[in-house]
Design a protein around this ligand. Structure first.
Ligand code: UGA
Length: 435
């Protein structure tokens, strides 16, 4: 199969590399000339475990190439994926579809022979219809089908998620696309991954429903954590106690500082807007968005209260800045709101993150950067674990204590146990664990 991937961002690059690894002939297209030149030299613009090797191997084998020339990449393709960004539109929270629409118009001009066009970007319900209309208007003679094939991969585990998906969702209105999509996903299909065919609008809704539900699940356990703290309970035991019920499931029940990243915040907001537009309000998601926004800053107040209610002139060490481990992505990271709240209260912030410090420098002001976790603890009045990178899971707590001015550890990811932290001479505050 000849596959063209429009957009060499997170989803486009990972999907393109994985499809080429399946044996397809893949061309990734991006408008960003510098990005394409770097990719041609084997330099990966994002931090994603395993991606560099996967790209290098498949490029070497001649199955994966990069270009800025959309027209020639599209004209020879059997399948064209649209994997461009759909950020939140400034001002109203709707998904900004301008990149998708522009890609559709560009694809239309270059179409040659029967082509399946697939939206992989997260797009609101009805976008497949828009893409179809744009292409048909631009090229009334074109022979094409538009399919929705949302992506469910997680940053930091993207390749694993792509190659071992819980399911593949394909939404189509024209059955000619079905054998083509079966061929695209053949290796996974043969591997028993469920390939689910549905209508195009339904597929678009499934993507938002999945992200909305997961965001709601996290928010639920975060509110339970607050109740556990006040009523005297252990949220981890509550999560285990409910998660063992198969109807609930144990995943995405880790209480923490609130969800962040490039997907949940923007997708929940867009889903709320879609619900309002169709006069079918999604009140649970509206509340999820509000509770999560509030929580991030509330975590800043939690740190201030762990420091006796006043952080003016105090140094706070921060461990982890990215929205989750194994990524360098700072988009909507809880650390941003937490650090802002601490700085507003007069604290000096000293932070360390294994991969996120370059990106952090572009979004955070007035933060000192440390060279490792112990350096972040150096002279600190409080150390806050915000992102659960593996290297923060087994710190030498005695060494941490010695480095600090006042030995307080605020563990916003429940990585440690109270007795081990207290045994090292630190006082300990965690999330949703009263004792
Ligand atoms: C999320 C979904 O999990 C993917 O299925 C989806 O494909 C992707 O969005 C997308 O739409 O592109 P991702 O944003 O990479 O993936 O990260 P997650 O692992 O889902 O984490 C999101 C946030 O939730 C992080 O801030 C994380 O710390 C937080 N989280 C997650 C919790 O606080 N508790 C949990 O139990 C799980």
């Amino acid at each position: 199969m000849r596959i063209t991937m429009i957009g060499a961002g997170y989803v486009g690059l990972v999907s393109g590399a994985c499809f080429s690894d399946f044996g397809h002939d893949v061309t990734c297209v991006d408008l960003d000339q510098k990005k394409i030149e770097r990719l041609e030299r084997g330099q990966i613009p994002i931090y994603e475990p395993g991606l560099e090797t996967l790209v290098a191997e498949n490029a070497k084998a001649g199955r994966l190439s990069f270009t800025t020339d959309l027209a020639s990449a599209v004209s020879g393709a059997d399948v064209v994926f649209i994997a461009v960004g759909t950020p939140s539109r400034r001002g109203d929270g709707h998904a900004d579809l301008s990149f998708v629409h522009a890609a559709a118009a560009d694809i239309a001009k270059a179409l040659d022979g029967f082509t399946v066009i697939v939206t992989k970007s997260t797009v609101p319900v009805g976008t497949g219809d828009d893409v179809e209309r744009i292409i048909a208007q631009t090229r009334p003679d074109a022979d094409f089908v538009v399919v929705s094939n949302p992506e469910f991969l997680r940053e930091g585990a993207a390749i694993e998620d792509f190659k071992r998906p819980d399911r593949i969702v394909v939404g189509l209105e024209d059955q000619r696309a079905r054998p083509v999509m079966e061929e695209v996903y053949r290796p996974l299909y043969l591997n028993q991954s469920p390939l689910m065919f549905t209508g195009r609008r339904t597929a678009e809704l499934i993507k938002y429903a999945a992200n909305g539900f997961l965001a709601m699940k996290i928010t639920f356990i975060n509110e339970m954590a607050d109740l556990c703290e006040k009523a005297g309970g252990d949220v981890q035991a509550v999560a285990r106690g409910i998660g063992l019920d198969n109807r609930i499931g144990s995943k995405f029940l880790n209480a923490g500082p609130g969800y962040g990243g490039s997907c949940f915040p923007k997708d929940t907001l867009a889903l709320v807007k879609t619900g309002q537009d169709f006069d079918a309000p999604l009140r649970l998601i509206e509340t999820t968005v509000a509770v999560n926004d509030h929580r991030k800053r509330a975590m800043g107040r939690k740190v201030i209260s762990a420091c006796g209610g006043d952080v003016r002139g105090k140094t706070i060490g921060i461990l982890g800045l990215t929205f989750k481990p194994n990524t360098d992505d700072m988009r909507d990271a809880p650390s941003i709101a937490i650090i802002q709240a601490l700085r507003d209260a007069g604290a000096i912030v000293r932070a360390y993150d294994p991969e996120g410090m370059e990106a952090a420098k572009t979004v955070l002001e007035g933060v000192q950067y440390a060279k490792d976790a112990y350096d972040a603890a150096n002279g600190a009045d409080c150390l806050v674990l915000v992102t659960e990178w593996n290297q923060f899971r087994s710190l030498d707590l005695k060494r941490v204590k010695q480095a600090m001015t006042a030995p307080v550890l605020v563990d916003l990811r429940n990585v440690y146990r109270r007795h081990e932290v207290e045994a090292a001479g630190l006082s300990y505050v965690s999330v949703g664990r009263a004792q």
